[in-house]
Design a protein around this ligand. Structure first.
Ligand code: HEC
Length: 213
């Protein structure tokens, strides 16, 4: 065997490891630059991203406000009865759609998620959050109103709808979280809760009355 054979063999074997090492490195390292794009398609293009500066405009903001007086498609919300709970200048006293069994079930489900933590499952104002706040004697805690007071009983449904949408006094707004139709469903269920706490014997179907104690 010639003298150079062994060093050459060692050299070639070491070189053979290089591609494997490069691949391992590429797979285990994070790069800030995108990889080489032979055909870039539209992956990389000049554009403004949120919060970037854009010297074209006077205020140098790339993010633009909608032009004043414009309304996004499907967001006109002209129907003040459905969206605001008002008819003319007054709170609506009726519902903008028929209250069916399904609407009531939906209202109960949404109520138990969004309202019951504070107002309680029965609307008495003793939800788990309220009970806990009382236990901790939170100094700034405002107890949630009971739905069964003269005041809330006398509120028109449009007013209750507005209370959910915009909140009232110390109660926060739930409009951003609850769709208008669901807000109406909750109002219907609140009305049912009120009825349940102020019911008379006449509200019970005649054939069921004998079974009451
Ligand atoms: C984070 C707790 C909290 C949640 C959740 C909450 N409320 Fe209230 N709510 C309050 C408090 C507190 C008040 C009393 C506010 C006050 O008097 O300052 C109140 C008051 C009310 C009143 C009485 C308003 C009036 O006419 O005087 C109604 C009705 C009402 N809430 C309905 C709801 C409904 C419906 C939901 C569910 C969509 C809901 N609330 C969710 C805390 C809550």
């Amino acid at each position: 065997m010639p003298r150079w054979a062994i060093p050459t063999l060692v050299l070639l074997l070491s070189l053979a490891l290089v591609p494997a090492l490069l691949i391992t490195r590429a797979r285990s390292t994070q790069f800030r630059q995108p990889r080489v794009h032979l055909i870039p398609d539209m992956d990389h293009q000049f554009k403004y991203k949120a919060q970037q500066e854009n010297p074209i405009f006077e205020d140098h903001r790339a993010m633009r406000l909608p032009v004043e007086g414009t309304v996004a498609r499907g967001e006109l919300r002209e129907d003040t009865f459905f969206y605001l709970g008002t008819i003319g200048d007054d709170w609506a006293t009726t519902f903008p759609f028929e209250i069916t069994r399904d609407v009531m079930a939906r209202g109960k489900q949404r109520h138990d998620i969004y309202c019951a933590p504070c107002h309680g499952l029965d609307g008495s104002g003793m939800g788990t959050v309220a009970v806990r706040a009382q236990e901790l004697q939170e100094p700034k805690w405002v107890p949630p109103a009971s739905f069964h007071t003269e005041l809330v009983l006398s509120r028109p449904v449009g007013h209750l709808f507005n209370t959910i949408t915009n909140g009232i006094r110390n109660m926060p707004a739930y409009g951003p979280q609850i769709e208008p139709a669901d807000r109406w469903a909750i109002v219907a269920y609140v009305r049912a809760l009120q009825k349940s706490q102020n019911a008379t014997l006449e509200d019970v179907p005649a054939d069921v009355r004998p079974s009451l104690r």
